[in-house]
Design a protein around this ligand. Sequence first.
Ligand SMILES: Nc1ncnc2c1ncn2[C@@H]1O[C@H](COP(=O)(O)OP(=O)(O)O)[C@@H](O)[C@H]1O
Ligand SMILES: [Mg+2]
Length: 235
Amino acid sequence: MLEVSGLTKRYGDILAVDDVGFRLEKGEVAAFLGPNGAGKTTTLRIVTGYLPPTAGAVVIGGVDLRREPTKAKRMVGYLPEIPPLYPEMRVEGYLRFVGKLKGLRKQELEKAIEEAIDRCRLKDVRRRFVYALSKGYRQRLGLAQAILGNPGLLILDEPTAGLDPAQIVDMRSFILELKGSHTILLSTHILSEAAQICNRVLIIHKGKLVGDGTLEQFATGRSLEETYMGLVAYS
Ligand SMILES: Nc1ncnc2c1ncn2[C@@H]1O[C@H](COP(=O)(O)OP(=O)(O)O)[C@@H](O)[C@H]1O
Ligand SMILES: [Mg+2]
């Protein structure tokens, strides 16, 4: 479903992503783990087509992102670190706006909106203005715009960051419900979250992929914590 090879990104002198490569099979749920500044957001922005790489290739569902960006992007739903919400729109109106941007046509669009509202439990606030939503509901709306139109690949950048404990439990349960119908790549620096939600673990440190395996491979013998610390600490 997703194939990344030789991915490199420089910001001037900073090498933010350094020759990263991995493949996600259909239905896999992968945690993208790494400390702050490791290069997670940069990688995810490249994979979603928001940022051009300095070098390397991204192939989504067999489609090369550089050669056929519109076709490739249609298969991706993206929840950025800060969801691009418009405060002056109503929940429904915002989803309609995003759906149109995604190229959904009338009937298909209304069906997709209902499905996203239902899956992200936004029914009670569908007529509310975005500015009047709590942080938890905003994040649900961010997830709803990502899943709108049912893209095969979901890219979620720290989906639980900044939420309170109850909202974190909510968000994790939504993601668990999406398992099975989507391939998911989600960044986090919370190891227990990765272990709870994902079956695959990718570890990035200083722009380099330093670990890639199934949760079982990482957790057998040593805990995920120990493995992670061994890979990223003080090196
Ligand atoms: N727009 C930018 N301009 C310059 N440097 C950037 C920019 N975005 C990120 N960086 C740098 O690239 C590195 C990786 O950042 P980022 O991808 O945001 O990491 P993470 O999401 O893992 O915290 C960091 O050193 C960060 O300071
Ligand atoms: Mg980040």
